[in-house]
Design a protein around this ligand. Sequence first.
Ligand SMILES: Cc1ncc(COP(=O)(O)O)c(C=O)c1O
Length: 392
Amino acid sequence: MQRAKRLSLIPPYLFGEIARLKAQAIAEGRDLVDLGIGDPDQPTPEPIIEQLNHFAHNPSTHRYDESNAGVPEFLEDVATWFQDRFGVTLDPRTEILELIGSKEGLAHVVWAFLDPGDVALVPDPAYTVVKVNTLLAGGEPYELPLLAENGFLPDLTNIPGDIVKKAKLLYINYPNNPTGAVATREFFKQAVDFARETDTLIVHDCAYAEVGYDGYRAPSILEIDGAKDVAIETHSLSKTFNMTGWRIGFAVGNPDALKALNTLKGNVDSKQFAAIALTGGWALNHARNDASLELLKRRRDILVDGLNRLGWKLERPKASFYVWVPVPPGHTSATFAKELLEEASVLAIPGLGYGQHGDGYVRMSLTVSGDRNGERLEEAVRRIEQHIPLRW
Ligand SMILES: Cc1ncc(COP(=O)(O)O)c(C=O)c1O
């Protein structure tokens, strides 16, 4: 049996060594504080589960969803939410597309827009889906470094002319995974101007829009005048309502771009279970997840303040699940993650896994299984203090 050659284009699994050490630690019965995965550990709020029960009892949801772009009630609910949340008016018939989670949309948009040889501008470090699908589609990812000195925003003024000519997509993601950075409206305006001047489609990944702390509310790129001419934005209920397993999200923005994405999707999937879509739409306008956010904030404060006591100089991230921690002098992301795991039984993800510019960092996630009120984060800090020699 011969696999397609394109599968060999997928970069090696950079978390492989950490996954092996994690399996070994678990086999040895060690008590790991797992700051690895970014997946809410708290359950979906009960009223949302009850709504699913309600919609699942309606037999009309049991069949193929034959709508064009998603269950019409879901699209209406998204439009209502978007107006309330961002002050942006969307036409539910043309400017919203239901997705089976935002990962699905981010992967497929690449296939709808890139021909072999075309360039996708992708941040580095980044959530890897757009880069890997660009490689699979025969395109070329061009990496835009996300550096601390630029607030982890890409420099759009410094891209070589021949790259700009071949660029079809610009992928950005704020609040950001893995850096926890947020973007200003000024940056979004720059990106919109860039896209207009270079005839590029912006794909803004807004998966963490609702995971904000201390009153921070992430903006949508569609708040910028003219953004709908050049941008789509993907959203997800995964992180907002602890619904990662449910697989429901949506894309909004430029109607032609959404139509192209939908044309592709129509030949790949048959949409999400309508009861889940209806529940998702209901949740956007009726449900809240304040207890989870409070818990995440408490964990964030314990972790950031604790690491700062040990000599780091971290700012508390305003949004996302992630603390992007510079490795101490003398380490790479891989050696530090290995030492954390082997000496302190604390699992963090080496930043190199998100791209070469991630190599000076490890990512610590606040979605820690088994943590009730921050005690596992306290334990992580205590273990780092006891077991990791830090020379600043
Ligand atoms: C930056 C970013 N975008 C998108 C996703 C995908 O989320 P989902 O497919 O569950 O909507 C994730 C998941 O971790 C993510 O971190």
